[in-house]
Design a binder for this molecule. Structure first.
Ligand SMILES: [Zn+2]
Length: 332
């Protein structure tokens, strides 16, 4: 595994066509605006993020350990979004996960909060492209039946209580301050951001810039790659101290060989667009699904994407920064 990107018109050991296809961004960005009006030097930032740590069916200690190995190999610092009370069990009662997450922190990765118990509606309502996923049938039915009760449960005080309970569980188990949040199933509402601000969270990463990843997962055709611009990023921002670091999309949800090439094309498109816009590229993966597609596809997608990112940065005379989202807050 680990074939280079530049072997045009060959097939690798996954049976996947290998080419250097994606066009380079034209010209060099001399300066990018990262942050509210603050001008800094050019930065090419990749922030790998991993969701569903501790969530039964989508996470296992073995898969988490494997991801840590992969990030070691790639020399990057990632952000792990941990479900504080998955299946009703607080993180502190799961010594295997606590040990792995402490190891992750010692290697420079960041730990952030992912809901409370990962109920679909505990922090908002999932966006349509998530509700459209084949496995979200029960959520669609529940929303159709209980929308009024769900919306009533999303008051700022109720959201603050959920955020606070989950954050305390993570902080007690890990002995660190939790600074960031991502909503389960990207379930957001405007009250959620007010609650995050009131609770003093430093960043949120629940908004998204690209829908096509979920459309590929759902088997929709044709797939339209949405453009990603600086204006899109600015529109996601909250008018307070809370920093919004939007993700692009999910690329490795049980990734299969037949969807590898279009997913790779999308990932390169999004990465190039983020670099061109001067915003961090924040891909999303999940602890177990990145392992459980066709053999090797998930990691191979990331290997090739990171190789492409490093070559793009080198061609521009820049250094690629592969940092966690707490560090990205400092960079923006
Ligand atoms: Zn999740």
């Amino acid at each position: 595994m680990g074939l280079g990107v530049g072997n045009r018109d060959q097939r690798d050991d996954l049976g996947i066509e290998v080419h250097s296809g994606s066009p380079r961004c034209k010209g060099r960005t001399n300066a990018v605006l990262l942050g509210r009006g603050r001008q800094t030097e050019t930065k090419m930032i990749v922030c790998a993020t991993v969701d569903d740590v501790c969530l039964e069916g989508y996470s296992s200690p073995a898969h988490l350990a494997s991801l840590l190995d992969f990030f070691r190999e790639q020399k990057l610092r990632a952000t792990f979004f941990v479900v504080p009370k998955a299946g009703g069990i607080p993180l502190g009662d799961r010594p295997d996960y606590v040990g792995l997450l402490r190891e992750a922190m010692s290697e420079g990765h960041a730990i952030a909060q992912h809901g409370l118990e990962h109920d679909r509606f505990e922090t908002g309502i999932p966006p349509k492209m998530v509700l459209d996923l084949p496995h979200e049938g029960p959520a669609r039915e529940r929303l159709a039946k209980d929308r009024a009760a769900i919306e009533d449960s999303l008051r700022v005080d109720a959201l603050r209580a959920r955020l606070s309970e989950g954050r305390r569980i993570l902080e007690d188990a890990l002995g660190v301050e939790i600074q960031g949040f991502r909503a389960p199933c990207l379930s957001i509402c405007s009250n959620l951001f007010d609650a995050l601000e009131a609770e003093g969270f430093r960043f949120d990463s629940s908004r998204h810039l690209q829908e096509a990843g979920w459309e590929i997962i759902s088997g929709k055709e044709p797939i339209a790659f949405r453009p990603i611009t600086r204006e899109d990023f600015d529109r996601t921002q909250y008018p307070g101290r809370l920093r919004i670091l939007p993700l692009t999309t999910e690329y490795t949800w049980y990734l299969t060989r037949d969807k590898f090439q279009i997913t790779m094309d999308l990932a390169r498109h999004d990465l190039d667009a983020c670099f061109q816009a001067g915003i961090p590229f924040v891909p999303l993966c999940h602890v177990s699904p990145v392992h459980q597609g066709d053999a090797g596809c998930g990691y191979e997608m990331y290997r090739r994407l990171l190789d492409h990112a490093r070559k793009t940065a080198a061609a521009r005379g820049d250094e690629l920064q592969t940092i966690n989202l707490v560090e990205a807050c400092d960079a923006v």
